[in-house]
Design a protein around this ligand. Structure first.
Ligand code: AMP
Ligand code: MN
Ligand code: MN
Ligand code: MN
Length: 290
């Protein structure tokens, strides 16, 4: 898919960020306000398996002049691996709503099993904090914060290594939806499906190419090329994936909290060789004269 380039290079776009509706530290309104201060003109709120933060974010966006892209980050399984698929520009659709409710149920069930394992490790009580504090989308990040509070590890990186990661003592194999089904939900809701942070999966180049091929086969639209933690070499490799598989390119910080080393809108520029997904989203048509 190729759409002619017209937008201003100064356009500041961030199409991947989290709020307290999932595992972010800022409320949807505070996130939008921070984006405005950072000079972000277009922001996608993409909470894990939920769109619950979108109405509040939309109200804040209307007040601050930030253009909100309604989004979601769906956890999926592909060949036994966890792959995150962003839906950008999603509207409300019963299929997506029902799908996200199912994902939430999986999250609660997995949370219960993680808590059981932690109890067996001598760390009881995790579920009490989960149930009271996280009405939406219990995430391993919430467990990580609790475990650091309990002194079970120094920081969340260590918690993931010791307990929550694939080789950790409280690892539970997830039961997410398939890649294909998630793309279907996103499309039915009018959105664009994007492979999030391709280099976070620690796959070889050959596996990443297989993933992109399967994603294209499933109808997927784009791959994240510029991310908050991407190195120049990773940006270059992601451009290669986008061009090879004829995918649009997205850019998003994956912002979760202040002072984490990742800031809203602070992203490497998208190279001119790729087509930005936001052009396909049809944003700022008037401003761009298109
Ligand atoms: P979940 O969606 O419940 O599986 O939780 C995954 C979330 O945990 C990710 O979105 C990150 O925010 C966070 N996360 C994953 N791996 C790590 C890690 N190694 N260190 C710190 N946070 C992590
Ligand atoms: Mn997260
Ligand atoms: Mn993710
Ligand atoms: Mn994310």
């Amino acid at each position: 898919m190729r759409i002619p380039s017209t937008e201003s290079p100064a356009l500041c776009v961030d199409l991947h960020a989290h709020s307290t509706a999932s595992d972010g530290a800022l409320t949807p309104a505070a996130l939008v306000e921070r984006a405005a201060i950072q000079g972000v003109q277009q922001l996608a709120l993409t909470d894990h398996d939920t769109v619950a933060g979108l109405p509040e974010a939309a109200r804040a966006a209307a007040a601050s002049g930030v253009e909100l892209v309604p989004g979601v980050e769906v956890s999926t399984l592909w060949k036994g691996r966890e792959i995150h698929v962003l839906g950008l520009g999603v509207g409300s659709h019963p299929l997506l709503d029902q799908g996200l409710r199912w994902q939430q149920e999986q999250r609660w069930q997995r949370a219960g099993r993680i808590a059981e394992r932690l109890t067996r490790c001598g760390l009881p009580g995790a579920m009490d904090t989960m149930s009271s504090a996280h009405g939406q989308a219990p995430s391993r990040s919430h467990f990580a914060a609790w475990l650091v509070e309990q002194g079970a590890a120094r920081d969340s990186a260590q918690v993931f290594k010791r307990y929550l990661g694939r080789h950790g003592r409280a690892w539970v194999y997830p039961t997410w939806v398939s890649l294909e089904t998630a793309v279907g939900w996103i499309h039915r809701a009018g959105g664009w499906a994007v492979i999030a942070h391709p280099f976070a999966y620690r796959m070889t180049g050959a596996w990443l190419r297989r993933l992109c091929a399967a994603f294209v086969q499933a109808g997927g639209d784009a791959v994240e090329v510029a991310t908050g933690r991407a190195t120049p070499a990773q940006v270059r490799d992601a451009v290669g994936l986008a061009l090879r598989h004829d995918l649009l390119a997205s850019c998003g910080s994956d912002f979760h909290r202040p002072d984490s080393g990742v800031e809203l809108g602070c992203l490497p520029a998208l190279p001119h060789s790729v087509t930005p997904v936001w052009r396909a989203l049809g944003l700022r048509q008037a401003a761009r004269g298109g």
